[in-house]
Design a protein around this ligand. Structure first.
Ligand code: FAD
Length: 449
C-alpha cells in the first residue's frame, strides 16, 4: 500500500499543474484520478514511464572509432604526437577547409604551421627528418585524412613521392640540397609520372622522352594530374631515354627553360590539391639534376610501394572522418520523436561502417609493421590500397546516406569526404591495376595485357 502511495505521489510530481486548467477543459480529471487510483503497481510504473520518459535525455556513449584499440599499441611518445597533430588539425585546418575546397584553392597560410609539426619526410634518416617508424608515418597520414584528404594528399606528394624519390634515387649532393628545405616546407615538390594519354600503362608506355646531349638532358612531353605542381619549386619527372629505352628520373626546377604548368580546374574531388598539366618543350635539365639511382621503371616502383601504403592509411583517415561525423549526426538528429541513431536500419549502416573501418585499421597496422620489418612487398601495398580505398567508398556513401539531405551539404562535414574518396580510389594505381599486381603475385600469371 505504502509503495503504491509513493508511486502515485511520484506520478503527481511529474504533472505540470500549470497545465492542469487547460487539461481539465479537455478531459474529466476526476475520472482520470479515479482510474489512476485503481491501477496496480506495474500499471502505475508504465504510466509514469509514459509521462516522464520523453523528458529523459540519454547521454550517448563517446564516439570511439578505434574499436579494437589498435592505437593502444603506439608508444606514449607516438600517441602524444598523434594527439598533437589531431589537435592542430581540429583547430587550424578543419575550420577553413570547406571554404578552400569550394574555391578550388590551396590554403598557403597553413604551410608554416604544417612545417612546425615537423612531420615531412618522417621516416627518412638524416637531412632534418625524424627517422620515425612507418607505423607512425601511417598514423600521421590517417590523422590528416580524417580532417582533410586534400591536405593529406599535399603532404603525401611532398613527403612521400617527391622527397621519397630524392631520398631513394638521388645523389648525396641532391639530398643535401633538397631534403632539408623540403622537410621544413620551405621548398615544395611534385611528382610527374602520369601523362594525358598514359595513366595505368606507365610501366611500359611513357611517351615523355629524355635525350642526353653535351648541354645536358633534353626532355619533351606532357604530364597530367601532377599534384602541387602549379606552385612547386621542383617536380620529379619520369621520362623514357631515347637511347636505351629505360625510364629515368629528373629533378626539374620550375625556372628550367621549356617547363610550363597549367592548372587543372573544375575537379569534383580533392579540390584543394592543385593538380597541373605540365608541358616540357625541349626542357633542358643539367646532368647534376638527373637522379643517378633512377635508371629503370623498377626504381619508380620502389617509390610507389612506399607511398601506396601511405594512401591506404589516408583512406582509413577519410573513412574515419566520415564515420565519426555521421555517427555524431545520427545521435543528434531526431525523427519520429527519437534520435535516428536509435533506429535499427540506421544502426545497421553504422555497424557496417565500423566493421569496414576496423578491418582497414587492423590491416594497415600490420602493413606498416611489415614495412618496419623491411618485409613490405608490392603486393602487400597494393592489396591494402585496393581494400582500403574500396571500403572507404562504401563508408563515405553510407555516412552520407544516414544524414539524409544534409549529407550533401559541405557544412555537415561528410560531403567533402564522399567526393574526395573518389580521387583516392583512382590515384597511385587504380583498383584494377593494384588488383593485377596482387593477382600476379598469388597466381604467378601476369594479366596486365
Ligand atoms: P586510365 O589508365 O586511362 O584507366 C581508365 C580505367 O581503365 C581505369 O578504371 C583503369 O583501372 C582501367 N584499366 C586500365 N588498364 C587496365 C587493365 N590492364 N586491366 C583492367 N583495367 C584497366 N599522377 C602523378 O604522376 N602524379 C600526381 O601527383 C598525381 N596526382 C593525382 C591526383 C588526382 C586527384 C588524380 C585523380 C590523379 C592523380 N595522378 C597523379 C594520376 C593517377 O595516378 C592516375 O589517374 C591513375 O594512375 C589512373 O590513370 P588514368 O587516370 O590515366 O586512367
Amino acid at each position: 500500500m505504502f509503495k503504491k502511495l509513493k508511486s502515485i505521489m511520484t506520478l503527481m510530481k511529474s504533472i505540470d499543474f500549470e497545465q492542469v486548467e487547460k487539461i481539465s477543459k479537455k478531459v474529466d480529471l476526476g475520472e482520470v484520478l479515479g482510474a489512476v487510483s485503481k491501477m496496480d503497481e506495474r500499471q502505475l510504473q508504465m504510466a509514469m514511464k509514459m509521462l516522464t520518459g520523453s523528458k529523459k535525455k540519454r547521454v550517448p556513449p563517446p564516439i570511439n572509432a578505434d574499436f579494437y584499440e589498435v592505437e593502444a599499441k603506439l608508444s606514449p611518445e607516438d600517441r602524444a604526437l598523434q594527439l598533437k597533430i589531431r589537435d592542430f588539425l581540429e583547430k587550424e585546418v578543419k575550420p577553413i577547409v570547406n571554404k578552400y575546397w569550394l574555391r578550388d584553392e590551396f590554403p598557403f597560410e597553413l604551410i608554416p604551421k604544417l612545417a612546425e609539426l615537423n612531420v615531412c619526410g618522417y621516416v627518412f634518416e638524416g637531412y632534418g627528418c625524424a627517422g620515425g617508424t612507418s607505423l607512425m608515418d601511417g598514423i600521421i597520414a590517417s590523422e590528416f585524412g580524417r580532417i582533410d584528404p586534400s591536405i593529406a594528399t599535399f603532404l603525401g606528394v611532398q613527403s612521400g613521392l617527391a622527397m621519397g624519390s630524392i631520398y631513394r634515387c638521388g645523389s648525396e649532393a641532391q639530398k643535401q640540397e633538397w631534403l632539408p628545405p623540403m622537410q621544413r616546407l620551405e621548398k615544395i615538390g611534385a611528382f610527374g609520372l602520369t601523362e594525358p594519354l598514359v595513366g595505368s600503362g606507365t610501366a611500359g608506355g611513357l611517351t615523355t622522352t629524355c635525350k642526353h646531349t653535351d648541354a645536358g638532358w633534353i626532355l619533351n612531353g606532357q604530364k597530367k594530374w601532377i599534384g602541387n605542381s602549379t606552385f612547386s619549386d621542383i617536380t620529379i619527372i619520369w621520362a623514357r631515354d631515347l637511347d636505351d629505352n629505360q625510364v629515368k628520373g629528373f629533378i626539374v626546377r620550375k625556372e628550367n627553360p621549356g617547363f610550363s604548368v597549367e592548372k587543372i580546374k573544375d575537379k569534383m574531388a580533392l579540390r584543394i590539391v592543385q593538380n597541373g598539366l605540365i608541358t616540357l618543350t625541349d626542357c633542358l635539365v643539367p646532368e647534376t639534376d638527373r637522379l643517378p639511382y633512377a635508371n629503370t621503371f623498377k626504381d619508380t616502383v620502389e617509390v610507389l610501394r612506399m607511398t601506396r601504403a601511405g594512401v591506404a592509411w589516408m583512406a582509413v583517415g577519410c573513412a574515419r572522418g566520415a564515420y565519426e561525423n555521421a555517427l555524431e549526426y545520427t545521435l543528434q538528429r531526431e525523427q519520429f520523436g527519437k534520435p535516428i541513431a536509435s533506429f535499427q536500419l540506421i544502426q545497421n549502416h553504422l555497424v557496417e561502417m565500423l566493421s569496414n573501418l576496423t578491418a582497414m585499421q587492423t590491416l594497415v597496422f600490420r602493413l606498416s609493421e611489415l614495412q618496419d620489418e623491411d618485409k613490405l612487398k608490392d603486393e602487400h601495398a597494393s592489396l591494402a590500397k585496393v581494400f582500403c580505398t574500396l571500403r572507404t567508398r562504401d563508408i563515405v556513401s553510407r555516412a552520407r546516406e544516414v544524414m539524409g539531405g544534409n549529407g550533401i551539404l559541405l557544412e555537415y562535414n561528410v560531403a567533402r569526404f564522399l567526393a574526395d574518396a573518389e580521387a583516392i580510389y583512382s590515384y597511385e594505381g587504380t583498383k584494377e591495376i593494384n588488383s593485377l599486381i596482387v593477382g600476379r603475385s598469388i597466381t604467378g600469371h601476369s594479366a596486365f595485357v
